[in-house]
Design a protein around this ligand. Structure first.
Ligand code: ZN
Length: 756
């Protein structure tokens, strides 16, 4: 078994196959090296190229596994790929410094990009310096230069100046160790200071850690910095300042995760009064850009963590403007933090007066003031009544309030009252008391006048809307008088409680009845409410509530329909005899008694498309012969149609073929009889367009419905069926133009007479 430190080191401190680790003291380091080599050795991994800033640790490792004796370690660990600027670790001084190689590159976008992307500075030690080529590059983009076009004069000058002075960075030295001496990091007081700033070109943030020893002396070190270009699209300075603040918050989030130590206090410094105003403002709403960033800031920090720093003391100011390599003094501030961080807390910059959280700003959403005037809110209970949208919840809420009242009385006026306080769940009695109180309040607010009259035993005014109900006051509730005093019914159904038509509570009660009874219709709900309540304008009130029920709306709403096409000409020719244009359809089968067996019969329905009159023939089969017979019987009685419409049914398709042949024969024979005949046109509606046959389908439905209700399960004989069909025909043809109904009862008598 290995110490937990060994396993956490294995899990957290490897970057691909490189291990970087700091320990509190030499002994720990020696032990950790031994354990790590042993543990990984068991898995077949041999750790080599060891290196430490402490000679004792190096001595504890076998010479063949040490790295080549060199004073520096290239942290890029990539010898083949030369960079312009590389981070190195000087073991003797235990400090980072920069190794600068210079290569000639043409002053074009391509050349500058090549250099800018070869700067290796993961922690942002020289972020203000490496910002300069990025700014030059952005400027070139803004001017729309191509990759190999030369930069403009002033940029070339800036670029050459930067390149010439870059080697001066070799003198920059950054201490690796953040704390002083061998302090135990877990017993120290640790502060993080995050600075942010923005200019119109760039914005950035810097993080410093201050570690106090037991005597209270603090050491402040640079942890990490970031610098970003402002977008080419113009963004206002307050927005950029806010973006910088977000960078500092994200940096903080990352450091908390990666630092492997506790942080006692954290301060966020900004020189933007506007950002401070935004962060501390919790009452106003901002536009989306600001609101989104503020949401992140408020999620990870508290407004109290934010402080003001004057611009000239703000190290992040460098990240927003850039520093030329020769300005070593400025870089000193960036790497060591502002002077005030090394002073007592009381000497830190003070906030100037005038930061208000309430001011007008373009980023603020205009405030909308909604005011409501409610005249009937007399007391707490009335106020509560309007707060709930559920009848049960309202009763429970009032019941709890009443329980609180009992508790208070019991607790503070013990000797003056005999009320007993009980805890636990609400009892039915408590709910009932609450319900009664609510109803009393409702009635008082709606019928105050009647209430006071009845309380003082006077008659209510004849102009009162309740006068017809002969109201009576029973235990504080207005109830309907009525004449049921001597029945055994419950008090509620004998004398229902009167409820006003337009009141929130009335609505809640009706809705509850509606929901509990599976969304029944208005009349049903009204009859159920009548068992306990008498709602004024009952059906109107209930209908109003039911029609507003979302559940019902969703389920029973009629679907949208297409507007129907104009009627065809065949249905609009009143000047021709009936049955000039005919629709034909079959229905059935119906069973008839023939001797001892049963046979099928079909109804063949002819509809006049203009008058909607019907003619029914009985076909003995679905065969062509049978249909032709039926058609002939029809034509013999009603006259010859000009045009016949039908479904695209197979029986009728073949029927037409036969029919044509038959008609051709009729014509010949009739011509022989010197009668002039016009051909009958037969038109099928297109396949799958059954809606086009709606004219006759609708009448088939009427006929079927009439027949079904009469025939039921009985067996008729042919004669009875024929009679029934003609009767049905008559009834359907007799129907009033407005409404088809009433035929069934007549037929019932008819069918009964056939069977008697
Ligand atoms: Zn409903």
């Amino acid at each position: 078994m290995y110490a937990p430190e060994v396993t956490t080191t294995l899990e957290r401190n490897f970057y691909v196959d490189d291990l970087l680790k700091s320990t509190n003291n030499k002994e720990n380091a020696v032990l950790l090296c031994k354990d790590l080599r042993e543990m990984l050795g068991r898995g077949g991994f041999r750790l080599t190229k060891w290196m430490s800033n402490c000679q004792e640790v190096v001595d504890s490792i076998p010479p063949e596994e040490r790295a080549k004796p060199s004073l520096t370690v290239n942290l890029e660990d990539d010898n083949e790929f030369e960079r312009t600027l590389g981070l190195q670790w000087n073991i003797r001084d235990d400090a980072f410094f920069f190794d600068v190689h210079l290569k000639e590159k043409a002053p074009t976008r391509r050349g500058v990009l090549s250099v800018a992307s070869s700067l290796y500075d993961p922690l942002g030690f020289v972020a203000p310096v490496t910002l300069i080529p990025k700014l030059i590059l952005q400027n070139a983009c803004r001017q729309g230069l191509t990759w190999d076009q030369k930069l403009n004069e002033s940029d070339i000058e800036k670029w050459c100046d930067w390149l010439t002075n870059l080697p001066k960075l070799s003198s920059v030295k950054i201490e690796r160790c953040l704390k002083a001496g061998d302090l135990d990091i877990w017993s120290c007081n640790i502060e993080l200071h995050m600075f942010s700033d923005a200019s119109q070109f760039a914005y950035g943030a810097a993080a410093y850690i201050k570690i106090y020893d037991r005597q209270g002396n603090g050491k402040c070190s640079f942890v990490m910095g970031k610098s970003r270009l402002a977008p080419i699209k113009t963004v206002t300075i307050p927005r950029l300042e806010l973006a910088a603040a977000v960078v500092s918050v994200k940096l903080f989030q990352m450091l908390i995760k990666e630092l492997d130590t506790k942080v006692d206090n954290c301060y966020f410094w900004t020189d933007s009064m506007i950002v401070l105003g935004y962060v501390r403002n919790t009452s106003r709403r901002f536009k989306t850009y600001v609101a989104n960033r503020l949401a992140l800031i408020h999620e990870l920090t508290s407004p109290n963590d934010w402080r003001y720093v004057p611009t000239n003391m703000n190290p992040a100011d460098l990240a927003s403007r850039g520093v030329h390599p020769e300005e070593g003094g400025k870089l000193f501030i960036w790497l060591n933090g502002p002077k005030f961080l090394n002073m007592e807390k009381d000497d830190w910059p003070h906030e100037p007066d005038g930061i208000t959280t309430e001011y007008e700003d373009v980023e603020m959403k205009p405030a909308v003031v909604t005011s409501m005037v409610q005249s009937q809110c007399q007391d707490v209970v009335s106020d509560i009544l309007n707060r709930y949208s559920d009848w049960y919840k309202l009763q429970r809420a009032v019941a709890w309030l009443l329980r609180l009242k009992t508790f208070m009385i019991h607790r503070y006026l013990k000797h003056e009252t005999k009320e007993i306080f009980t805890g636990g769940c609400l009892s039915l009695k408590e709910i009932k008391t609450a319900r009664k109180l609510i109803l009393m309040k409702v009635q008082e607010s709606a019928y105050g006048d009647e209430f006071s009259k009845l309380t003082s035993n006077k008659k209510i005014a004849t102009s009162s809307s309740l006068v017809k109900l002969c109201p009576e006051l029973n235990e504080g509730l207005l109830r309907v008088g009525g004449r049921f005093q001597y029945t055994e019914f419950s008090e509620d159904s004998k004398h229902p409680i009167i409820l006003p038509s337009k009141h929130h509570v009335t609505e809640l009660i009706v809705r509850k009845y509606h929901e509990v009874n599976h969304h029944m219709g208005a009349h049903h709900v009204l009859s159920l409410t009548r068992q306990s309540y008498w709602i004024i304008h009952g059906i109107r009130t209930v209908k109003h509530v039911v029609s507003a029920c979302m559940d019902c709306k969703r389920r029973f709403r009629k679907t949208q329909r297409q507007q129907m096409a104009p009627l065809p000409v065949e249905r609009l020719t009143p000047d021709k005899p009936p049955f000039t244009y005919v629709g034909v359809d079959y229905f059935g089968p119906m069973y008839v008694k023939v001797g001892r067996s049963q046979q099928k019969r079909y109804g063949c329905l002819f509809t006049c498309l203009t008058t909607r009159a019907v003619h029914i023939e009985i076909a003995h089969s679905l065969g062509t012969d049978s249909f032709v017979c039926a058609l002939q019987r029809f034509m013999s009685r009603r006259g010859k149609p000009e045009k016949i419409f039908s479904d695209n049914g197979t029986n009728l398709t073949s029927g037409e073929r036969e029919l044509r042949a038959e008609i051709a024969e009729w014509n010949q024979s009739r011509i022989m009889n010197e009668l002039v005949q016009k051909d009958i046109e037969w038109q099928f509606i297109p396949p799958y367009a059954s809606h086009m046959g709606g004219v006759w389908e609708r009448l088939v439905q009427s006929v079927k419905r009439a027949l079904k209700s009469v025939i039921k399960e009985q067996l008729l004989n042919d004669e009875a069926l024929n009679t029934l069909m003609t009767e049905t025909e008559k009834i359907v043809n007799d129907r009033p133009i407005t409404k088809v109904s009433g035929g069934v009862s007549l037929l019932m008598g008819l069918a009964a007479s056939f069977h008697s």
